[in-house]
Design a protein around this ligand. Structure first.
Ligand SMILES: Nc1ncnc2c1ncn2[C@@H]1O[C@H](COP(=O)(O)OP(=O)(O)OP(=O)(O)O)[C@@H](O)[C@H]1O
Ligand SMILES: [Mg+2]
Length: 165
């Protein structure tokens, strides 16, 4: 069974902030799969995740649309991939499976293109709401999986920060 929680963000800064809460609990071997239309905020969320996990500036975490995969490191490697332009077997050639086996974590945009996604991944579905700055963000994880005990930290932090925003 999978669990889901819905979060609304009302600016790109809020989405980056949510990403930072996720990035702070990132561990080697984690997969985060981002799914959402163009401009739904996947790269903004990834900015928060990768910068909090590795200590790089959010400005350094830019869309890997052309490089396809960017690697950051601080203790363990964190790979930020974008599958928008990738088709078929090219997905395997990106080396995401190797990255996970080597103890890295992966954050993937357009993750619906992965043929057999890892069950224990944190899936994040992002939706535009009515051409406004509002985004509906659904976190989806395996009950009893590795994210299960950690997600409450993210949600608690989110509630605390939201009270200040
Ligand atoms: N609440 C919000 N969260 C995230 N981005 C927002 C929000 N409100 C407005 N935006 C704007 O939406 C855009 C999101 O762009 P971003 O590159 O993160 O999307 P994406 O899903 O990665 O798109 P792509 O599929 O092209 O990679 C930015 O221009 C950002 O300023
Ligand atoms: Mg993007």
């Amino acid at each position: 069974m999978r669990n889901t929680r819905e979060i609304l963000t009302s600016s790109e800064e809020e989405t980056i902030q949510l990403g930072r809460s996720i990035g702070r609990i990132l561990k080697p071997g984690d997969s985060i799969l981002l799914v959402g239309e163009l401009g739904s905020g996947k790269t903004r969320l990834a900015k928060g995740i990768v910068s909090a996990a590795t200590g790089v500036s959010p400005d350094e975490v830019v869309s890997p649309t052309f490089t396809l995969i960017n690697r950051f490191e601080n203790g363990f490697p964190v790979h930020h991939a974008d599958l928008y332009r990738v088709e078929g077997v090219e997905i395997y050639e990106l080396g995401l499976a190797d990255a996970l086996e080597e103890g890295g974590a992966v954050v993937v945009e357009w993750a619906e293109k992965i043929p057999e996604p890892e069950e224990d991944a944190l899936k994040v579905f992002m939706y535009d709401v009515d051409l406004t700055d509002l985004r509906r963000i659904v976190l989806d994880w395996l009950q009893g999986g590795s994210w299960d005990p950690r997600i409450c930290t993210v949600l608690e932090e989110w509630r605390r920060e939201k009270a200040w925003l």
